[in-house]
Design a protein around this ligand. Structure first.
Ligand code: BG6
Length: 488
C-alpha cells in the first residue's frame, strides 16, 4: 500500500548505536513503518564508530525495538519489512575523509529528501554539518535534526548554531525538544486555543499561580558522564520546562504555523524576569539525591552512580520561582521543578485560579479547588477541581473533579513524541521545533542562574533518593502561602 503521508527520503541517524537511537528513534521509526507512514522507498541508514556488520546491527535493533514498543505491538511481519529499510555503516564523524563513503552510499538519489539526525554529543554537531557539506550532501532538500542540549551556555550554543547555520539555512534546522511532541502538550494548545471558555480567565486577574513539575523516579542511569556536566538546569529546565512555560503563557498565534507559534513563544522567553545576584538564593533551589529507598528497595546516592564524580556538585533537582513580566502575567508566580530519583513519576501543569472573593459557604478551603491540572505523565489527563454541594441538608461544600482521561476518551494508541516529530521533519513542518532565537533567549535567562550558583559556592541541598525533593523547595512556595500539589 502506498504511504499515507510522507515523501520518500533517506533518514541518516548519527549515533546509531547510542541510547537515544536504540530506545527512542528506531522504535518510533518502526511504528511509522508499521502504520504505513513511511514511503515504501524510504531508507534508514544508521552510523556510528563501532564496527558492525549490517546483519548484527539489525539484530541489535530488533532486540531494542521489541523491548521498547508496547506489548503486542511488535509483529514479525512488520519487523521484516522494517528491517529491509535498515542499513548500517561504521563512520567516525570527526574524520572528514570518511564522508565520501557516506556520499557514495546515499548517491544517485538526489531527488529525495535527506534527513540527518544528529543523536551524538553536541560538540560534534558543527563538524558533522561541515563534513556533510564538503561532500555535497547538504543541498536544498536536506534537513538536519539536532538533539538537545544545544550547548552548555549561550556562548557554546551560539558556536554550534553558527557552525550549523554556515551550512543549513534556519528553515532546514530542526532542533528537537521531545516534550513538544507529546500528545498532552499539544492538547494544552487545543485546550487554550480551541475553547473560548478559558481564554478570558487565563491571566493575572484570575490566576493565582502556576506550577510546572517534571518529576522522575529514575536516577541518571548510565548517562552519568553527560549528566554530571549538565545537571538538571541544562538537561531539563533550559529546554523542556521553559517550553512548557511558553505554551502555558503565550498569546494565541495568528496561525498554527512555525513562525507564528515560535514568535509567540519567543516573546515569553524574552519576558522572563532575570534571576541574578542575590535573587538566585531567594528564587531557586538546587538539590542532589543522597542514599535513600523506595518501597523497601535501597537507592544509591547520586555520587555513587556510574561515571559520576564522587565530589560532584551537580544538581539533580531544581525548583524555581519565575515571573513573566508582561501585562497578562505580572504578579503571577510560575513555580517550576524537576528532579531525578524522586518519590513519584509525574509531569503536570497546575493552573491555580484565585479563590472566590468572599466565602458564602462553609466546607473545605477554597484554594484546594478552582484548579486545572493538565497531566502529561504517567497518564494523560485534564482535570478541573470545583466546589460542589455535598448531598443532604445544609450547604456544606466539597471538592469534586471533572476528569478527562485521554486513554479512555480516545481509544487509540498514543503516539510517542518521537514518532510525531520524525514525521514532521520528513514533511518539513517546524512548528514543534525550536528556532535559534528561542534557544538563545532561553540560555540568556538560564546562564545567570547557573553563574549565581557558581558564585555562591554552595553545595546542592541533599534529598533522599525516593523522597519528594529537598525541603527548601517546599519553603520556596510556602513563603507566598502556596504548596506543591502532591499526594504525599
Ligand atoms: C531528556 C533528559 O531530555 O528527557 C532526560 O535528557 C530525561 O534526563 C528525559 O530523563 C525525560 O523525558 P520523558 O519523556 O521520559 O519525560
Amino acid at each position: 500500500m502506498p504511504s499515507q503521508h510522507s515523501m520518500a527520503c533517506d533518514i541518516v541517524v548519527f549515533g546509531g548505536t547510542g541510547d537515544l537511537a536504540l530506545r527512542k528513534l528506531l522504535p518510533a521509526l518502526y511504528y511509522l513503518h508499521r502504520d504505513n507512514h513511511l514511503h515504501p522507498q524510504t531508507r534508514i541508514l544508521a552510523l556510528a564508530r563501532a564496527r558492525h556488520e549490517t546483519t548484527a546491527y539489525v539484530q541489535l535493533v530488533q532486540r531494542h525495538v521489541s523491548q521498547y514498543v508496547a506489548q503486542g505491538d511488535f509483529d514479525q511481519n512488520s519487523w521484516e519489512g522494517f528491517a529491509q529499510r535498515l542499513d548500517y555503516m561504521s563512520l567516525d564523524v570527526s574524520q572528514r575523509v570518511e564522508f565520501p563513503r557516506l556520499a557514495k552510499a546515499l548517491g544517485g538519489q538526489s531527488d529525495r529528501a535527506r534527513v540527518f539526525y544528529l543523536a551524538t554529543v553536541p560538540s560534534l554537531f558543527a563538524a558533522t554539518a561541515k563534513h556533510l557539506a564538503s561532500v555535497g550532501l547538504t543541498d536544498g532538500r536536506s534537513r538536519i535534526v539536532l538533539e538537545k542540549p544545544l550547548g552548555e551556555s549561550l556562548k557554546t550554543a551560539n558556536q554550534i548554531n553558527d557552525g550549523i547555520g554556515a551550512v543549513f539555512d534556519e528553515a532546514r534546522v530542526f532542533r528537537i525538544d521531545h516534550y513538544l511532541g507529546k500528545e498532552a502538550v499539544q492538547n494544552l494548545l487545543a485546550l487554550r486555543f480551541g475553547n473560548a471558555l478559558f481564554e478570558p480567565l487565563w491571566r493575572n486577574a484570575h490566576i493565582d499561580h502556576v506550577q510546572i513539575s517534571v518529576m522522575e523516579t529514575v536516577g541518571v542511569e548510565n548517562r552519568g558522564d553527560y549528566y554530571d556536566h549538565a545537571g538538571a538546569m541544562r538537561d531539563m529546565v533550559q529546554n523542556h520546562l521553559l517550553q512548557l512555560l511558553c505554551l502555558v503563557a503565550m498569546e494565541a498565534p495568528v496561525h498554527f504555523e512555525p513562525e507564528a507559534v515560535r514568535n509567540e513563544k519567543l516573546k515569553i522567553l524574552e519576558a522572563l524576569r532575570p534571576i541574578t545576584g542575590m535573587d538566585v538564593q531567594d528564587s531557586t533551589v538546587r538539590g542532589q539525591y543522597s542514599n535513600g529507598e523506595r518501597a523497601g528497595e535501597k537507592l544509591p546516592a547520586y555520587y555513587f552512580e556510574k561515571s559520576v564524580d564522587h565530589d560532584s556538585n551537580t544538581e539533580t533537582y531544581v525548583a524555581l520561582k519565575v515571573e513573566v513580566d508582561n501585562w497578562r502575567w505580572a504578579g503571577v508566580p510560575f513555580y517550576l521543578r524537576t528532579g531525578k530519583a524522586l518519590a513519584q513519576r509525574k509531569s503536570e501543569i497546575v493552573i491555580q485560579f484565585k479563590s472566590v472573593p468572599y466565602r458564602l459557604f462553609g466546607g473545605i478551603d477554597q484554594p484546594a479547588c478552582n484548579r486545572l491540572v493538565i497531566r502529561l505523565q504517567p497518564d494523560e489527563s485534564i482535570s478541573l477541581s470545583l466546589m460542589a454541594k455535598t448531598p443532604g441538608r445544609g450547604m456544606a461544600l466539597q471538592k469534586v473533579e471533572l476528569d478527562l482521561n485521554f486513554a479512555e476518551a480516545f481509544k487509540r494508541r498514543r503516539w510517542d513524541a518521537y514518532e510525531r516529530l520524525l514525521l514532521d521533519v520528513i514533511e518539513g513542518d517546524a512548528t514543534l521545533f525550536m528556532r535559534r532565537d528561542e534557544i538563545e533567549a532561553a540560555w540568556r535567562w538560564v546562564d545567570p542562574v547557573i553563574q549565581g550558583w557558581q558564585d555562591c559556592y554552595r553545595s546542592p541541598k541533599r534529598y533522599a533518593a525516593g523522597s519528594w525533593g529537598p525541603e527548601a523547595a517546599d519553603s520556596l512556595l510556602d513563603r507566598l502561602g502556596h504548596a506543591w500539589l502532591d499526594e504525599r
